[in-house]
Structure formats: structure tokens, C-alpha cells
Design a protein around this ligand. Structure first.
Ligand SMILES: [Zn+2]
Length: 266
């Protein structure tokens, strides 16, 4: 039975990587619309408690409800609701992938108060917390030009700023230099931190940097970067990242500093 606070919750119910929306196309509020046996407390948003529920792959949507790809919500959710959605996605993914202790293989159990799973083996008792994987994403600029590239899996014509995971034992700044060199053979300098963004696909934290071109000719990493080039601020690709993404903010900030409004109207 739901408790008093659960009767007026905001429900991030996931079936696999799909999110349940209500008949109004919004994240359901009020009493739990689904079987809430696998429930995680996320925190509070606009005075309403938020919960994540992990649904079995066979779960059917309640009447009027529909399951959608959460990425389709990115551009229309307010920032704080987007943050709560990211939290729900990451915690469910962590919960699903930490049912057994990585140290000894014994089953783990959800802690009653914290977002933590504890090993059930008395000789181990290791505690497992959600992990985030830092990714650097970089706007490399050369005067009125910005370096954009595309991966083989991008839609046709789509370009973005370059990104890559931070390695173990590496600083974010070292990762910027290494990733740009590995992907394009270019050198950069004058790194400036820009902003960060949780990216729950499945559990990244994007760290945005701006950097200046320092030298080299573009050589794309085979299999990783299909094409990369410096684009003039007036001739940017017409297929670009969603407005709610850090890559979009980096390109928009580059344009703003050169007195351009981007993306152009229409
Ligand atoms: Zn263990």
C-alpha cells in the first residue's frame, strides 16, 4: 500500500529504458499509476516527492498512458525536472546492474534510507553506490571557426562538438588534450571550464570546456570520427544537437561571442 506521501508523488516509471507518460503527455503525478514494488525515493521537486519505479519488461501502460524514449523529453522539460529524470534513469540503471556484489559475488540488498546497495556476505559487507562516469565535451575554436565532428552513428548531416570519457587516473583537462588529439590529431591550448550536465545514457556527467586551436592538421580517428572540420560561425551545419544539451550550449556560446544568434530563426 502506498504511504501518505506516495499518494501525491511524481512518478518516473521505467520499463527498460522507456519512461511512462500519462494521458496528458506529462510525467504522472498523484497516486502511483503502476505496481510500485520496486520503488526508489528520488527527492522532492516543487513540493512533491519524486519516485523512480523499475517496471518489468512485460509491464503494460495503464489506461491512457504511453511509454516513450526519455530523450524525446529533453527539450521540453524544465531544467530541474530534467535533472530529476536524469537521477531516476541513473538510479534505476545502477540498481539493475548492482544486484550482486562486484567484490565477492553475493547478492546485495537495497539500504532502507540511503541510495546504496550493501553486500549480504558478512565477511564482505561492501557498500555499492551509484557511479557517474565523467565525459569531457569540448568546443575547439580558431578565430571565427569552431571544430565540429561526426561519429559514424550520427544521423546524416549531423555535427557536434567532440567528446570522450575521462580515463582512470586522468584529470578532466588531460582528457581534453588527449581526446582531441586522439580523435583529430589537433593540439589545443587555453582551456576554460564552461558548464556541466548530467547525461543519464546511462550514467555520464558531461564536463564542458572551451579551448583554442594550438596546431596540427585534422586526421580523423578511423571508426570513431567519420568527419571533422572547422566550421565558420556563418556556415554551421543545419543539423545540430538538441537545445537542452551541453553541446548545444557550447555552440550557442561560441556564436554569441561572435555576435551571432544561433540557431537562426526559422
Ligand atoms: Zn561482497
Amino acid at each position: 500500500m502506498p504511504g501518505a506521501c506516495e499518494a501525491d508523488g511524481r512518478w518516473f516509471a521505467l520499463r527498460g529504458r522507456e519512461l511512462l507518460l500519462g494521458a496528458d503527455g506529462e510525467i504522472p503525478v498523484g497516486p502511483c499509476p503502476v505496481d510500485s514494488r520496486s520503488l526508489q525515493v528520488l527527492g522532492e521537486l516543487d513540493g512533491r516527492p519524486c519516485y523512480a519505479v523499475d517496471l518489468p519488461e512485460t509491464a503494460a501502460a495503464p489506461p491512457g498512458g504511453v511509454f516513450v524514449d526519455p530523450k524525446t523529453l529533453l527539450d521540453r522539460l524544465p531544467q530541474r525536472a530534467g535533472g530529476m529524470l536524469a537521477r531516476a534513469l541513473e538510479i534505476i540503471e545502477w540498481d539493475r546492474s548492482h544486484r550482486f556484489c562486484g567484490a565477492c559475488g553475493a547478492p546485495t540488498a537495497q539500504h532502507s534510507a540511503a541510495i546504496m546497495r550493501a553486500c549480504s556476505n558478512d565477511a564482505c559487507r561492501r557498500e555499492h553506490f551509484p557511479r557517474v562516469s565523467p565525459v569531457v565535451i569540448v568546443s575547439v575554436e580558431r578565430g571565427e571557426e569552431i571544430l565540429l565532428g561526426r561519429s559514424p552513428h550520427f544521423p546524416p548531416g549531423f555535427y557536434s562538438v567532440l567528446a570522450g570519457f575521462v580515463d582512470a587516473g586522468e584529470s578532466a583537462e588531460e582528457a581534453v588534450h588527449r581526446e582531441i588529439f586522439e580523435e583529430t590529431a589537433l593540439r589545443v591550448r587555453d582551456l576554460r571550464y564552461f558548464a556541466s550536465q548530467p547525461w543519464p545514457f546511462p550514467h555520464s556527467l558531461m564536463l564542458g570546456y572551451q579551448a583554442a586551436y594550438a596546431g596540427g592538421e585534422i586526421v580523423c580517428a578511423p571508426g570513431e570520427i567519420e568527419d571533422a572540420a572547422f566550421f565558420h560561425v556563418d556556415r554551421l551545419p543545419t543539423s545540430f544537437p538538441l537545445k537542452a544539451t551541453l553541446s548545444h550550449w557550447l555552440i550557442r556560446d561560441f556564436c554569441r561571442r561572435h555576435g551571432r544568434v544561433w540557431p537562426p530563426a526559422g
